[in-house]
Write a protein that binds this ligand. Structure first.
Ligand code: DGP
Length: 139
């Protein structure tokens, strides 16, 4: 499948639609997932136009996983999460629904199930609050 330049994350990267951003640099952007599976669910994307893991050149992949590590640290700290799940889906068969590669950062707590994937929109005010909390915890 050819990369669709109008996918929702491409539009967020270009600033055409808003997102609750927590981190941005020359190569990557991180923002709150609007349908969080757990409070604090954050997405990290490369600015490089790639649909999945296999389309991303090494420099961009390196920058993205490093940004994911940094943001994940801040999510863990700000949500006091004992566990943290990093997920990255490749292809419709894996459940990918937005075709610009992204890493999910999801706080996990023992015995507490995740909410459904990409199902329920969160209150934008709450997402703004969570983004501010994560930004404040970035080192
Ligand atoms: P995946 O299925 O791995 O492609 O995950 C896509 C995620 O993106 C899913 O958790 C819901 C989230 N999402 C969908 N549309 C938007 C949007 O417009 N803005 C934000 N911030 N997240 C979105």
């Amino acid at each position: 499948m050819a990369y669709d330049r109008n996918n929702i994350f491409a539009r967020i990267i270009r600033g055409e639609i808003p997102a609750h951003k927590v981190h941005e640099d020359a190569h990557t952007l991180a923002f709150m997932d609007v349908m969080p599976q757990s409070d604090g669910h954050t997405l990290v994307v490369p600015k490089w136009e790639a649909e999945n893991l296999f389309d991303l050149p090494p420099e961009s992949l390196a920058a993205t996983i490093l940004a994911t590590q940094r943001v994940a640290r801040a999510v863990k700290k700000s949500f006091d999460a004992p566990g943290l799940m990093i997920a990255q889906l490749n292809g419709r068969g894996a459940g990918q629904s937005v075709f610009h590669i992204h890493f999910h950062i999801v706080p996990r707590y023992e015995g507490i199930d995740l909410r459904f994937h990409a199902r329920e929109m969160a209150d934008p005010k709450l997402l703004a609050e969570h983004a501010a909390r994560i930004r404040a915890a970035l080192d």
